[in-house]
Each structure stands twice: as structure tokens, then as C-alpha cells.
Design a protein around this ligand. Sequence first.
Ligand SMILES: Cc1cc2nc3c(=O)[nH]c(=O)nc-3n(C[C@H](O)[C@H](O)[C@H](O)COP(=O)(O)OP(=O)(O)OC[C@H]3O[C@@H](n4cnc5c(N)ncnc54)[C@H](O)[C@@H]3O)c2cc1C
Ligand SMILES: NC(=O)c1ccc[n+]([C@@H]2O[C@H](COP(=O)([O-])OP(=O)(O)OC[C@H]3O[C@@H](n4cnc5c(N)ncnc54)[C@H](O)[C@@H]3O)[C@@H](O)[C@H]2O)c1
Length: 517
Amino acid sequence: MQREVDVIVLGAGPVGENVADRVRSAGLEVVIVEHELVGGECSYWACVPSKVLLRSAAALRAAERVPGAAEAISGGLDVAAVLRRRDYWVSDWSDAGATEWLDGAGIGLVRGHGRLDGPRRVVVERDDADPVTLLARHAVVLATGSDPVIPPIPGLAESAPWTSREATSVQQVPARLAIIGGGVVACEMATVYAGFGTEVTVLARSGLLGRMEPFVGDAVTAGLRDLGATVRTGASPARVERDTSGEVVLTLDDGSTVTADEVLVATGRKPRTDAAGLERVGLEPGDWLDVDDTMRVAGVEGADDDPWLYAAGDVNHRALLTHQGKYQARAVGDLIAARATGHPVDTEAWGAHVATADHGAAPQVVFSEPEAVQVGPTEAEARASGREVGVAEVALESASGTGIHADGAEGRAKLVIDASRGTILGATFVGQDVGELLHAATVAIVGEVPIDRLWHAVPAFPTMSEVWLRLLEALGRPGDAEASGDSEASGDPEASGDSEASGDSDASDDEASGDVA
Ligand SMILES: Cc1cc2nc3c(=O)[nH]c(=O)nc-3n(C[C@H](O)[C@H](O)[C@H](O)COP(=O)(O)OP(=O)(O)OC[C@H]3O[C@@H](n4cnc5c(N)ncnc54)[C@H](O)[C@@H]3O)c2cc1C
Ligand SMILES: NC(=O)c1ccc[n+]([C@@H]2O[C@H](COP(=O)([O-])OP(=O)(O)OC[C@H]3O[C@@H](n4cnc5c(N)ncnc54)[C@H](O)[C@@H]3O)[C@@H](O)[C@H]2O)c1
């Protein structure tokens, strides 16, 4: 069977769905191919279940930190209720609702495994029917996502390790969980399971969250230890074995052992391109797909003057984040539609048909204990790029809203500045509920808002956002002779109560630094 449509999208994760939605909204005929669940990794085994599993314990901890609310707590976390809430959010791993949405949007669905079979041609192998060949009049978009990597540690693959899938779809919570890795999945899952009362051991070969500012890893290490988790940095498993009793024994490179009921591998991702027919268009199966800012795949045989193959989301490795993949999807979907319908194409930086923000303006929230968020480069990355860099770093509790939010709240905030242009390059926050502080930083970076103008963006009193004011103070008032080298940031003169929690000026002085190098 053969069918011709305007656009074929391979993979119905959040990214594929958004590409299909954009081209369909422009009036094109689109078919999406999915071999598992419509909604993809994010909806059933990643973002959604992980955040639901994290939320209940975070809410409980938040209440414990506020006198008056704390006294009302009459028990511990109800893990069964948390799992039930997770089951609701993943629709019991049914994609009936998602397919209904596709139907309503006029997007065709072909269930089965799709692979490229030449230019503009996709073959879909189906379980319950003959293969179907799809031909695209305009474009094929690969949105096939990524899979977890299982590193070649002797015995690991044979020990029935968990990946993020088992960790997020758990029905029986293990008493002991060893986690290999120190990245985002490791930190979030350590937070989940420590919150459940599991004995968690994190084995990180370097520090935690090593791609963020160094103080982030320190804060999350301390936060996880406060939850009762063991965090071992500089620890690498040399051998893993599941013994006859079902226990997993990890022998580390220093000869010590860790025994657990399950071992979670959280050591990064690989592209789902090994069985996508890449070899039929001159690409290497198993590789990440190299794309330009319009998501056009580089190196496609015979497509130099006639682009037709695009890749968006995890599979292009620009940013392994749902929101960033969906942003790419909007850009490429609109680009394909514009080209197909003869409308102007805007591929200049920050234009409608490019994903410019992937370079240096992609925000990430790590929902660990405490939360850790970042947009743009770290100080080290900015310096390595050869820019003239300034920094401001203050304690989160220098804003009195932080202390009101939760007793004993602590955290840090840092801005990385392009000192020659007077704009923000990067921002990092760590502390309870800092996720909601991040978008202001993203807006300032994308908008290239001059720091002098940011003094007029007044954060409301007494919100945690007043930490922005503390950061500006650390950089110095516009026109101050020695503005940017000032290492003193004042606390909040309105604050009262315990100086450590409220951001009293004395408390914050030695916590703040402004520096231009
Ligand atoms: C535990 C965990 C938590 C996460 N939490 C967050 C978070 O909080 N926020 C965030 O922004 N990101 C988070 N991420 C990352 C996020 O899940 C991914 O960035 C996102 O899922 C990528 O979307 P995608 O559509 O590119 O790929 P996917 O969601 O993986 O979807 C790809 C789809 O393509 C299908 N497919 C693949 N190959 C074929 C083929 N040949 N034929 C047919 N169908 C195919 C797959 O079955 C799948 O449905 C998390 C990741 C993990 C592992
Ligand atoms: N909240 C969020 O935004 C969120 C949550 C979860 C995952 N994600 C995305 O999913 C992606 C995957 O997350 P991840 O945590 O698997 O990857 P990661 O790249 O964040 O971390 C991988 C970790 O594994 C370690 N590692 C790698 N190889 C190893 C080996 N052989 N032995 C021991 N340790 C090893 C690394 O040092 C690192 O600490 C991330 O890129 C992230 O963007 C996002």
C-alpha cells in the first residue's frame, strides 16, 4: 500500500506532535508515524511522571518549613497515593486521549515502525497489517527522540538495571536503590526515592550536575544528604552483579561494594536513529542528526538544493528538553508550511523559522531537592568563549520573600554578564521553588535587555524575585564609579525577623559578590 501526503513526521512525542500541528494548521496534509505511544517518552516515562512523583514530597517539605502549616501535618508521605496520582497523569499508559487530539486536529496517524526508504519516502512496518509506503510531497521530519545509554560496565546489562522508564513507572518501591550517574535524571530520581523512604545511594564519577555552576552540585549534594540519601562522588562501579537472592551488588573501583534491590542507570542518552533507515539517504545509523537552525539535516544525499529532511527534538542533540524541542517544532513546522504554500521564509537570527534560542538561551529546571535552574552559559563557559565576563552572586535569602516563603530557606543566585555589552548571558538559581524565577532571566537574555534598564523592572515586595534587585546591587548602580567591582550587596531594609532567614542587610553582605573580569 502506498500513500502520498504533504508532510511525514516520524515519532509522535511532544516534538513530532507539535511539528504536525503547525503544518496541519497551515492547511497541509500530514501523517505522523508512531511505534509505541502517542505522546512519547515525555508523557509516559519522563517529564510528566517524574514531576508528579516529585511534587507530593516537595509539597510536604514546603509545609514542614512553614510554622502553622507544619503543625497540621499528621503523617508521612502516602506513597500509594503518589503512585495513583502518577498513574492518572500518564493516563495509565494509554494514548487514547492523545490519539483523539490528533484526530480532532486532522492529523493522520500510522501506527508502526517507520524508516526512511530514500528521498521523501518512508516505509512503515505494522504489527497487524502489511507495510505501508508513505511519500512526502514536501518534507519528512524525524522526531524519534532518544534512548538511555547503558554503559559497558561488566555485568551491568545482565543485572536487569532500571532506566528512567522503570524508575518513573514503578509500582513496587524498592527498599534500596543504587543510582549510577550524577546528572539530571540521577538527581531527580534520588529526590523521588529518598522522599519515598528508599535507601538511596548515588554513585557519581564526578560531582552532581556538573554542567551547572559548581555551587549547584554542592547544594543538591547537601539537599539529598538531608533527605537521607548517600551521595558518593568520585565513585565508579567496576562490576555489577545480581545474585541469586535478587540483590544487586555493585563493586566500585576502590574495591568497596554497594548492595541494593535495584540499580538505576542514569548516564545520558543516545539517539533513536539506529533503525530509522538513515543509511538509505547517506547518513550513519545510530548517530545524532546534525541540523542547522532551521532543523534541516546536514549531509543528506542529493538534498543540497532541495531540502526535504528535517530533525527536531532530542534526536538532533541541540537541547534534550521538551520545551526546547517543541520550540524547534514550531520553527520547522512553520518553515515547511511557508515553503510549501509560497509564503516568505524568515531564517535570520531570531526569525520565525529558526531556533536561535537553542544557542545560549535554553532554560532548564532540575526538580531536585533543592531545585536547580539555569539558562545560558555558566561563568566558566562564558569565559571559555573569550568574552569579557562579569558576575554577580548573592544568597537567595538576601531577598526577604525567600525567608517568608519558608523558614530557614537558603540558596544562591548568580548572573553571568557580557561586560562589554552590559547584558545578561546566563543565570543560575538554586533553592526551594526557584523554578519560577527562571523565566525572567530567559526573557532578559533573549530580549538582550540592558542591565541599566533592568533597574526599572521592579520585583514586587516581598517575593523571592527581589533577589534580582540584590543581583543588580551586586553589579552596582548605573553610573557608580566602581559599580561592577562592588562586592557588597545590601539586604532588604524592609525585612524583619531573624536575619539569617529574612535577608537582613548584615546577613547578606558577605554572601554577595559582584565581579568583572
Ligand atoms: C526521566 C526524564 C525526565 C525528564 N524530565 C524533563 C523535564 O522535566 N522537562 C523537560 O523539558 N525535559 C525532560 N526530559 C527530557 C524529555 O523527555 C525529552 O527532551 C523529550 O521527551 C524529547 O521529545 P521528543 O519528541 O524529541 O522525543 P520522545 O519523547 O522520545 O518521542 C519520540 C517518539 O518517537 C517514537 N519513535 C521513535 N522512533 C520511531 C520510529 N522509527 N518509528 C515510529 N516511531 C518512532 C517513539 O516511540 C516516541 O514516541 C526528561 C527526560 C527523562 C529521561
Ligand atoms: N528536569 C529536566 O529538565 C530533565 C529531567 C531529566 C532529564 N532531562 C534530560 O534528559 C537528559 C538525560 O539525563 P541524564 O541524567 O541521563 O544525562 P546527563 O547527561 O544529565 O547526566 C549523565 C551523568 O552520567 C554520568 N556518566 C556518563 N557516563 C557514565 C559512565 N560510563 N559511568 C558513570 N557515570 C557516567 C555523567 O558524568 C553525568 O553525571 C539530560 O540531557 C536532560 O536534559 C531533563
